[in-house]
Design a protein around this ligand. Structure first.
Ligand code: GDP
Length: 444
């Protein structure tokens, strides 16, 4: 799922790598690529339009961040916007305060309602609930038997008073189901309703009648994520005809372009609550907008890293260090401060290699030894403030004194001093070249 969209977005971001800052032309170019990628994934046009407008606005207004480079900033903006169009917060089922919670499933035939009834039943059981399925799809041949089968697989009671041969009254069945659940102390009732292959007035009326009869806590609109642009018209028709409180996306495991997933929330204003990803009863879970955005970008690790980098990175300190660097007055004291900041990020060293523009540092980061920081710290703390500010004055006898004071060898002190001068040189180059500011050369 979303494979093509994923590739297209990645390549859009790639063009931003190595850029020190974003020009208007850069933003236009990346926005254009994202736009085409979304349209090709069958995301509805109005949704794409708003998405792109927001990305452009935010990219143009983005503060020059010390923690993130331009590519990372754009990735973060796109991620945030994806989370927004997917609904922001995770929306949970609203259970009834008294009596059984009633959930109606509505949607086109083949959307996956009956399968979903079993999945939802199993999931509700795992949440400590005692669900009951009600067979109110009396239209589709075998729908009743199929519900009985999935109910059995899920270990959930099925209420099926009608055989489902096109006759019988689904509204009566739904009402009787609710009564039965009250009598047998089931606390959630899931009503499977009939669908048609296309939108049709009679079907809408029947679902609306069932809705009126059982006064549900949730009406879940079930939609096949593979139906592309049709998703929009179908969703709108159900919104007007039946109205619903939430959406369930099915067949997300398919290789479809998945535009429905990205459009349905914006188009209907209703939250996506669950997602189905296969034919097995366990291929189902609560829908989390942030996780789905992460999957679409395929940058879950990167997002974690971006968040952590923002947290760890002390902008004021970094600015000071950068200024000093440019003036060539970076001292051992600053070096220690930067080293400690790096140690905080050290646990993320593997992830660092994935950051755009960080490839060159990857090898050094892989070799980063956090114990090394303790040794460096001990050595620097054994220096006088004057020595830290002006490492050039650290001659042979001072080195001997420092090694004794820090419990290290003279060669360790030599190494540190050499490394410091190397790092200072490298950082001055990086600062001039507009690379990540504030990163010290790493021990290697
Ligand atoms: P209904 O007409 O809405 O009740 O749809 P069904 O529950 O009968 O599902 C139609 C078909 O889609 C069945 O063959 C299901 O096994 C299949 N199906 C349902 N959900 C999923 C899913 O998430 N992934 C895949 N691959 N197949 C699904």
């Amino acid at each position: 799922m979303f494979d093509t969209l994923q590739d297209r977005l990645q390549s859009a971001f790639k063009n931003l790598r190595g850029k020190g800052r974003l020009s208007e032309a850069d933003i236009d170019a990346v926005a254009r690529e994202i736009r085409v990628a979304l349209l090709d994934a069958d995301v509805a046009v109005p949704v794409v339009r708003e998405f792109i407008a927001n990305v452009k606005l935010r990219a143009a207004g983005a503060e020059v961040s010390q923690a993130l480079n331009p590519a990372q900033q754009v990735i973060k903006i796109v991620n945030d916007e994806l989370v927004t169009i997917l609904g922001g917060e995770t929306r949970r089922i609203r259970y009834a305060k008294t009596g059984p919670t009633v959930i109606i499933l509505a949607g086109l035939q083949g959307a996956g309602k009956t399968t979903l009834a079993g999945k939802l039943g199993l999931w509700l059981k795992s949440q400590g609930k005692s669900p009951m399925l009600v067979a109110a799809d009396l239209q589709r041949p075998n729908a009743v038997t199929q519900l009985q089968v999935v109910g059995q697989q899920a270990g959930v009671t099925v209420f099926a008073p009608e055989p489902g041969n096109g006759k019988g009254n689904p509204v009566k069945v739904a009402k009787a189901g609710l009564k039965e659940a009250q009598r047998t102390l089931h606390d959630v009732v899931i009503v499977d309703t009939a669908g048609r292959l296309g939108i049709d007035a009679e079907l809408m009326q029947q679902a609306a009648d069932i809705r009126k009869a059982v006064d549900p806590d949730e009406v879940l609109f079930v939609i096949d994520a593979m139906i592309g642009q049709d998703a929009v018209t179908t969703a709108q028709a159900f919104l007007e005809g039946v109205d619903f409180t939430g959406v369930v996306l099915t067949k997300l495991d398919g290789d479809a372009r998945g535009g429905a997933a990205l459009s349905v929330r914006s188009i209907t204003g209703r939250p996506i609550m669950f997602a189905s990803t296969g034919e097995k009863l366990t291929d189902f879970d609560v829908f989390h907008p942030d996780r789905m955005a992460g999957r679409i970008l395929d940058m879950g690790d990167m997002m974690t890293l971006i968040e952590q980098a923002e947290k760890v990175f002390d902008e004021e300190e970094a600015n000071k260090a950068a200024e000093k660097l440019m003036g060539g007055s970076f001292t051992l004291q600053d070096f220690l401060g930067q080293m400690e900041a790096m140690a905080k990020m050290g646990s993320m060293s593997k992830l660092m290699g994935m950051l755009p523009g960080m490839g060159a540092m990857k090898e050094q980061l892989d070799n980063f030894d956090e114990r090394e920081v303790d040794r460096i710290k001990a050595i620097i703390l054994s220096m006088t403030p004057a020595e830290r500010d002006n490492p050039k004055m650290i001659d042979g006898s001072r080195r001997a004194r420092i090694s004794k004071g820090s419990g290290t060898q003279v060669k360790d002190v030599n190494q540190l001093v050499d490394r410091f001068f190397d790092a200072r040189k490298m950082m001055q180059q990086m600062a001039k070249g507009g690379g990540m500011p504030g990163m010290p050369g790493m021990p290697g």
